[in-house]
Design a protein around this ligand. Sequence first.
Ligand code: AHR
Length: 502
Amino acid sequence: MKNKIIINKEFVLGTIEKDVWGSFIEHMGRAVYGGIYEPTHPLADETGFRKDVTETVRALSVPKIRYPGGNFLSGYDWRDGIGKDRPVRLDLAWGQLETNEVGLHEFCNWAEKTGAEVMMSVNMGTGTPKDAAQLVEYCNHEKGTALSELRRKNGREKPFGIKTWCIGNEMDGDWQICALTAEEYGRKAAETAKMMRRVDSNIELVVCGSSTPDLNTYPEWDRIVLQHTYDLVDYLSMHRYYTYPNDTQNVTDFLSSHTDFDAFIKTVVAAADYVKAYRRSKKRMKISVDEWNIWHTKPSPNGLDVHNDCNEERWTKGARRVENIYDLADALAFAGMACTLINNADRVKMGCLAQLVNVIAPIFTEVGGGLFRQTIYYPYQMAIQFAKGQALRTVVCGEKMESCYGDTEKVYTACAYDNGTYSLFAINKTSETQACDLDFQVLPARMIERIELSGGLHDYNTLQTPDKVIPKNVACDRGTKRIHTVELPAYSFTLIRFSEEK
Ligand code: AHR
């Protein structure tokens, strides 16, 4: 049966903020050491960062990068990463050695080279509200205080001017160093926010929401934390990773993860709106999905090791940690998550693909060697480039299929409308070609470009075969019509761009 997809520019969901397409670098595994930073690499610049990695991140136009954690954050003292004497510490989050060669200045200088803003996080585990406020002062206060003068002495005369700050990381998880109850965290986050804002009233703050819907504190955690912090913060964060559900290798279930992701976002929004109503507030809480991705903790059907064991190479610097190698199925499930962010653009105003290099990442490097782009790189790149402007609500009329998340569409879509151009993202989640009528209803449109990611479901890229799974331009019918008929190949992700014609 043919699917009908309605694209109507009057069905506006909301503005897609560019910060939705941010990413994340944590002091974890080979993200920093042996990833972005490798002073002995032939392509290292004068500061020890790999020029090929910097250039790849820059070319991707990542708008914002969250730093320095993640779970690492909750045992980290930012003072260890400034000045000349850098202590070597045990990182209790990931069982690694932290040499502190890379700290605040090194990371911010690198981010500047990539063109990305820094989204800084403050430690709410072992850290105090005072540590957090002092970090804001160190980074953003111009001069004349002990901390701002220390920054200047350490080589940065002008303030870093960091705008976005996360108050801790996943404080609801028992895996977190010094995890807190919702009441404890809500109070601590509120007092921290107050102090940080008094140092710099221009900053925006993100408070920890639920780190996963799998914890039994969800969604009460979100409600309680917001009861304490609603007026003091700008964003409520949420994190979500998907793998094959229920320990099966059922592809339909996996590719339908977007259904669950959508429900998670809507529940977090509902918890925030409950607090809004309870407090008679006029403010609409924004959502920051500041960790999202595919993460297999056990070998996925492509059979590759995932390095999920934190006892591997314990207490070494740059040990391998969660280095998933992604196949086409992963890219399709990932694209589903990206489409869900677009489809919730009215509330999701910030996001971070976790992570950017080596650790569950789109960019993969070898120590002393080259780099390659993983399958998930491509839907991420297309989202950064084309998912902007207004998100339109698309309607898919077609046969549904069963999944562990309930009945779900065979073709999942999202659409951005920017300056007279539509970018339609479509995932065919089935093993058959899906014929679709794309119905523009209001005005005819001209197809201008069609890009497709398809192939063997478990194909993946490597250093030796970096182009096994890459997007291909597909010849498109450039006619101007109100209804365009297209065929989406089995298990594929397609971007079709149209210009509006009057
Ligand atoms: O991104 C990897 C880890 O996942 C982060 O450190 C943590 O916040 C989450 O559990």
